[in-house]
Design a protein around this ligand. Structure first.
Ligand SMILES: Cc1ncc(C[n+]2csc(CCOP(=O)(O)OP(=O)(O)O)c2C)c(N)n1
Ligand SMILES: [Mg+2]
Length: 308
């Protein structure tokens, strides 16, 4: 979680200097979701993400330098510098892709899970998407078919209350109920406090255990907060759309603060944590420097690795 947070904090400067070649959707505030879920996954398990996937990529064991290089459009990037922040992939750790077209990744994940089941593999697939994407029609088709085929698939809905700047109330009827929708398809549902690593970890542990045992798909809805604006590293409270999550509440429930507190309470000395944090910050700074110094893709490769 610290690695994800420190990496994104360090990306702010690159973003403001226009070094990043694509949109950047910051994951600050949501780190407990990626890490709580991925700490229940094995290397062989597959993960797919969305437009806000730096956390998912790193939590699945993706390479930090390759990720930063990708954001900078460098040839050493995880998608050879051609995908940017919103199209990351690293098959060496089974992070099999992220796509920014809302909901589109969900049926792709069911295909990955179908293959796992069809070929009698022991591994599972987890797909991360937001509360806005949950409103896309293809999600319901996928819930239906994944239940029908009892696919080894964990749907992780990161409910940060907003789709860009529109609130849940503006987008859903008063009686909208995610749990009823999901269980209506015959899919298991649990809700977690997405600001609390231990709660996410424990609920994901229960669900992944069931999925591995052949119980079929499950949804884990994680209630969380996006600390910054939709796609810029700024606090956007002045925009006026935030109703339930004023800055004080977001900061008070910051998952990093919480996890740090519980590490201290568990007996880890403060100076051990400080040393660890320094080590992570140094490794982030080194990766950034390497990526900044690295070459851009060669002109001859302009049309390779393109799917359109
Ligand atoms: C099909 C589609 N419609 C609209 C968009 C533009 N768009 C990009 S991100 C976003 C909001 C997504 O909200 P949510 O799924 O809750 O994820 P969050 O950004 O909150 O993490 C929208 C509307 C898109 N990428 N794809
Ligand atoms: Mg959202």
């Amino acid at each position: 979680m610290f690695l994800i947070r420190f990496t994104e904090q360090a990306l702010v400067e690159l973003y403001l200097k226009h070094k990043i070649m694509s949109f950047v959707h910051f994951y600050v505030g949501q780190e407990a979701v990626a890490v709580g879920v991925c700490n229940n996954l094995r290397k062989e398990d597959r993960v797919l993400g969305n437009h806000r996937s730096h956390g998912h990529y790193l939590a699945k064991g993706g390479d930090l330098r390759a990720m930063i290089s990708e954001l900078l459009g460098k040839e050493g990037g995880s998608s050879k510098g051609k995908g940017g922040s919103m199209h990351m992939i690293d098959t060496s750790v089974n992070f099999i892709g992220s796509t920014p077209i809302l909901g589109s990744v969900v049926p792709l994940a069911s295909g990955a899970a179908f293959e796992q089941k069809y070929n009698k593999r022991k591994d599972i697939t987890a797909v991360f998407f937001g509360d806005g994407a949950f409103e896309e029609g293809v999600v319901y088709e996928t819930l239906n078919l994944s239940a029908l085929f009892a696919l080894p698939l964990l749907f992780v809905v990161e409910n940060n209350l907003y789709s860009v700047n529109s609130t849940l109330k503006e987008r859903r009827s008063a009686n909208h109920n995610v749990e009823k929708i999901v269980t209506g398809f015959g899919v298991t549902y649990l809700k977690a406090d997405g600001n609390d690593y231990e709660d996410v970890f424990e609920k994901a542990r229960m669900l992944t255990k069931g999925i591995r045992a052949g119980a079929g798909p499950a949804v884990l809805e994680c209630m969380t907060y996006r600390h910054m604006a939709h796609s810029a590293p700024i606090f956007d409270d002045a925009a006026g759309y935030r109703q339930e999550d004023p800055l004080e509440r977001r900061l008070e429930r910051d998952p990093i603060k919480k996890v740090r507190r519980s590490l201290l309470e568990s007996g880890i000395p403060e100076n051990t944590l400080v040393t660890l944090e320094e080590k992570i910050r140094t490794s982030v700074a080194e990766s950034i420097q390497c990526a900044v110094d690295a070459p851009y893709p060669k002109k001859e490769t302009l049309y390779t690795n393109l799917y359109a």
